[in-house]
Design a protein around this ligand. Sequence first.
Ligand code: MN
Length: 244
Amino acid sequence: MTTLFISDLHLDATAADAAEQFVAFLSGPARAAAALYVLGDLFESWIGDDDDDPWCAQICGALQALGDAGVACHVMHGNRDFLLQRGFETRSGCRLLPDPTVIELDGERLLLTHGDALCTDDTAYQQLRGVVRRRAWQRRFLALPLATRRALAGAARAGSRRHMRRAPPTIMDVNPDAVQRAMRATGVRTLIHGHTHRPGVHAFELDGAGARRIVLGAWHEQGSCLEWRAGGYALRDLERTPAP
Ligand code: MN
């Protein structure tokens, strides 16, 4: 059986193409998989499990249908949708995965992470991350009215876009030392992450033996999916057929 890994779909009510492709993916190829792992930023933003936008309900329903078909779906927080909580699990049938998580597939241990925690050169972002991941901050935010949360999330997205335009590209990638530290700490030879939107496979040497870092792609212009089967894998682009 195949296990699928995706990330960085950045689903948003205003970008129907990616959402349509994702829903088709869930009712199509994903049905043949043993499990689906979404390694963060499934949503462009998530303002709380009580969001009453019908669009959220539609995506959660499509995920629920995949679970009902017998495919286990695991979702990790990204830097956009870190407010996914128990209510999302109930609405979608997905299980939230801690970041990082180690799983074992075909006798190999794989370290799964969104990837933002590895971008240690971006100190401004790491500082912000430290604040918004605190329970007290999240409780205060989630107590605000939905409309206020929506407005604040919009402002945060605009701020993030400005930061991404200004920061040098090297700072926005993972730090090689942070990668090695994370892999050593968990004793893995394979790391799978998203976040940087730079899909690819990087082979390197770690403490005298071969190691690899597999980077999942974003779903802005097309889909991207890592298929893992019997110890082998393929990182594929999923073409998006334009709406007629
Ligand atoms: Mn991200």
